[in-house]
Design a protein around this ligand. Structure first.
Ligand code: E4P
Length: 273
């Protein structure tokens, strides 16, 4: 499974890439906003977004970077996707265009604006990451439209299930793959028991129909969820830097490191100096 960093913060991205285990970057408008506000504060000045993106793409050279289109109609999304791609892909040949599966922002309104945009971009050989995917059927249709990746929002599915059932939670809380049983019934979102379960179901469908679209587990909240989406067969998980770091922690690792460093015989310590 590949691991992407879910961030637009250049310092964080640099640190993550320095670890040598990062295979790509996912950004979204909220992550960009957060990173730009932080940079403005730190440097007390304006941020040139073109320079910023060039820096980001350069750090990631050789690995894919998702940049999100922000328009909500077919023509707007297609135009913006093509523009972003043609302007920034020449920097490091690694731009992926992110398109939401449905751009309606009113209730449960039906909207197929994205599908034609995904198809046109794919036909123009622009790789597309279809984002804000919360059901296997959204993922299936995105794949049919020509998506290179589908981003399944595992953490936000868990949030949604908890919100629907008035279960209080913190952002990093763990929610088990098999969901929770309350009053003898599974708490779920239309058959989806959890974010990891959404990933599992989507992987099953893609495998059954031999679809080439890659399943990208996103909105990952904690190391255990990372483990669950890996077991579920995600091709990629995109993780915030703190989840990557937290995934290395275990009390017995810390205890062991202390004991081993206390016990190093001086003769052995000299061997590798
Ligand atoms: C996906 O690509 C998104 O950037 C991201 O994973 C969203 O995560 P969040 O739910 O933590 O905002």
């Amino acid at each position: 499974m590949k691991i992407f960093i879910d961030s637009a913060d250049l310092d964080e991205i640099e640190k993550a890439y320095a670890s040598g285990v990062i295979d790509g970057i996912t950004t979204n408008p909220s992550l960009l906003k957060q990173a730009i506000v932080a940079r403005k504060k730190a440097r007390r000045g304006k941020v040139n977004i073109e320079d910023y993106l060039v820096e980001l793409l350069t750090i990631a050279k050789g690995t894919p970077v998702s940049l999100e289109a922000t328009k909500t109609d077919t023509d707007g999304m297609t135009k913006e996707g093509l523009e972003l791609y043609h302007r920034f892909n020449p920097i490091a040949n690694n731009v992926i265009i992110k398109i939401p599966i449905n751009t309606s922002s009113t209730g449960r309104a039906k909207n197929t604006e994205s599908l034609k945009a995904i198809k046109t971009l794919a036909q123009e050989r622009v790789p597309v990451n279809v984002t804000l995917v919360f059901t296997p059927e959204q993922a299936l249709i995105a794949a049919k439209a020509g998506a290179t990746y589908v981003s399944l929002f595992a953490g936000r599915v868990d949030d949604y299930i908890r919100e629907q059932h008035n279960i209080g939670f913190e952002k990093g809380d763990y929610w088990p793959e098999d969901g929770i049983i309350k009053d003898n019934r599974h708490i779920q979102d239309n058959g989806i028991l959890s974010g990891a379960y959404l990933v599992k179901q989507t992987v099953l469908i893609f495998t059954r129909y031999n679809l080439k679209t890659q399943v990208l587990a996103s909105s990952i909240r904690n190391p255990r969820q990372l483990r669950e989406v890996a077991i579920a067969g995600a091709h990629i998980a995109t993780v915030p830097f703190d989840v990557l770091q937290a995934s290395l922690v275990h009390p017995k690792t810390i205890e062991g490191v202390k004991k081993f460093s206390d016990d190093v015989p001086p003769e052995y310590a000299r061997v590798a100096q």
